[in-house]
Ligand binder design. Sequence first.
Ligand SMILES: [Zn+2]
Length: 256
Amino acid sequence: MKSEAVLLGTGTSNGVPSLGITYPQSFLDDPRNHRTRCSVLLRGPEGNVLIDCAPEMRLQLLRANALTLDATIITHTHADHIMGMDDLRSYCIRTGEPMPVYTLPPYQDDIRRVFRYAFEDFPPGIFIPRFDLRDVPPVLEISGLRIETRVVPHGPVSSLAIRVNDFAYLTDISAIPDEIRPWLEGLDVLVLDAVRFRPHPNHLHFDAAMAEAERIGARMTYFTHLCDEYDHSVFEATLPPHIRLAYDGLSIAIGN
Ligand SMILES: [Zn+2]
């Protein structure tokens, strides 16, 4: 079976449409302008791996028909990337095992604090999520996938950049460190943060993302973590053909 990355969510932290805003009907009519928070399902030859747990994680994974999950990787612990973690309980109930969660050590502390109940004792018959927190290695071999990670800046905090063969996923990133540029060579598809039009201290904004997309030079680049300034069809028509806007449910084949 071929591997693939399914972009389960492609929206910025407050989701699109955002609460309390009236949008033109033409904006709402395009399903690609309905963006849940960012997470990705990696489908490998031997199983599935989830990257981040958006608040809509349950609905995202139902839509993707992800019947099993071998592990979860958390890029960082901003709310839009972890608030779906409680729903991992369904997989824990099925397997009877804690969910392996790979992330950086300080983010393991955050997860213990935010989901404290998941690490406490409960009587039999009470079903809670259980997390097996593990340091994320530079190379993780799981589900028939070879998942490489690098630590990248996300404003004042760190995030994880992820590469699987010729596919790379760089959400929530404020700059590309020079030391990882060789690691980003030879990509077929790059998924890159382009949060909004104006500069942002914690993210690549559109102009910065365009410049990085050209410099990195993947065959195709999809922009993600998008706010409501991006009206999908209208804006995408202004882009060169090798740069597209991601949307929820987009499936990307992973080559060798
Ligand atoms: Zn973030």
